[in-house]
Design a binder for this molecule. Structure first.
Ligand SMILES: Cc1ncc(COP(=O)(O)O)c(C=O)c1O
Length: 351
């Protein structure tokens, strides 16, 4: 061959999406299981009629709507093709080659991927024995060239969530230099009043950004749209590295329609949060270890029993998300689907 691709891509970990198996129940991607609301569906159909035109590259209507809702300046919002794209844009916007991107591990599997794609250096900080972010270890691991620190709360896949005091103590202790990114993909499922709103926390600080998505609570995973609230210069830099027109017009319209239907969607989230407590309670009663979770999933740190658990669930036509010999993450769904999962968890122990 006369051409060559980047040699380092050979070591790039692949993003493993949750599997979709016809006839099986998918509890593997932290999606909401109910489809879009009729009002949102109508707007999607209407927007589809205009797709011979390019979308608004500045995503103006959605940015203005978000800015009004959040009481922030529109210049501080960057919208992306899912918040995973924004994770990548953040690395590209902040890091020169070889500079550091820190994240807890295990956490959202895209962090190491976007770090490597962006030519930056990953600084992985192991979770505590209780499957939570180890904020002291993260502080200790900050170097002069650390540019981005991902703080995933609730943490995917363990569900553990930072409370106000520990988060503020951490932010107060982070030296000047890195941007701390609070990834709040699961924010709408939080019920603990001690968990702060990331944008409120970020408001008085010039080194904190917040990532949110329409994929989970708002039920638009298939349309790909998320946003970042960031210091103005960071938001501007993120727009510079964005693939032009990558937030399509159907996603823009559906996101606005979903904000219009927020009350109804948040009611669904409350039901899911209630189911989460029920499912966790039943799993604990069966004898499983399940860290406390504020997200729409539970984490079962099954270690070497993980592959067998995964196989058992598949036999029961349930697709969960297994991570090697670490554990399995299971999305909370409708009461009926959760009951099927609980039955599988029970029969696994009996088997
Ligand atoms: C913590 C976290 N951040 C970001 C994302 C990305 O979501 P999306 O790209 O669909 O907005 C996910 C999706 O699983 C996630 O778990």
């Amino acid at each position: 061959m006369t051409v060559r691709t980047r040699p380092d891509l050979e070591t790039l970990p692949g993003y493993l999406p949750g599997r979709t198996i016809p006839g099986a129940i998918k509890l593997a991607s932290n999606e909401v299981s109910l489809g879009p609301l009729p009002s949102v569906r109508g707007v999607i159909a209407e927007a589809a009629a205009g797709i011979n035109r390019y979308p608004d590259m500045g995503v103006t209507a959605l940015v203005d709507r978000l800015a009004a809702k959040l009481s922030v300046e529109p210049s501080r919002i960057a919208v992306g093709c899912g918040s995973v794209a924004l994770c990548q844009q953040l690395v590209q916007a902040m890091c020169e080659p070889g500079e550091g991107v820190m994240f807890p591990w295990r956490s959202f599997e895209a962090y190491p991927i976007v770090t490597q794609i962006g030519g930056a250096r990953a600084i992985k900080v192991p979770l505590t024995g209780a499957h939570a972010l180890d904020l002291d270890a993260m502080l200790a691991a900050i170097t002069d060239d650390t540019r981005v620190i991902y703080v995933c709360t609730p943490n995917n896949p363990t569900g553990t969530t930072l409370r106000r005091a520990e988060l503020e103590r951490f932010l107060d202790a982070v030296p000047r230099g890195p941007l701390v990114v609070l990834d709040e993909a699961y924010k709408e499922f939080i019920t603990d009043p001690d968990v702060p709103d990331g944008i409120e926390v970020a408001r008085g600080r010039d080194n904190v950004a917040v990532l949110r998505t329409f994929s989970k609570a708002y039920g638009l995973a298939g349309l790909r749209v998320g946003y970042c609230y960031a210091p103005e210069e960071v938001a501007a830099a993120m727009r510079k590295v964005c693939v032009p027109f990558s937030v399509n017009m159907i996603a823009q319209a559906a996101a606005i329609a979903s904000l219009d239907a927020e009350d109804e969607l948040m009611e669904r989230c409350r039901e899911i949060s209630g189911e989460r407590e029920r499912v966790r309670g039943e799993l604990l009663a069966m004898g499983y270890e399940v860290p406390e979770t504020q997200a729409n999933f539970v984490w079962l740190p099954l270690a070497e029993r993980t592959p067998a658990f995964n196989a058992h669930c598949l036999e029961q036509k349930l697709v969960v998300r297994a991570f090697g010999e670490e554990g399995a993450r299971v999305t909370i769904s409708t009461a009926e689907e959760n009951d099927l999962f609980l039955a599988a968890a029970r029969s696994f122990l009996a088997g």
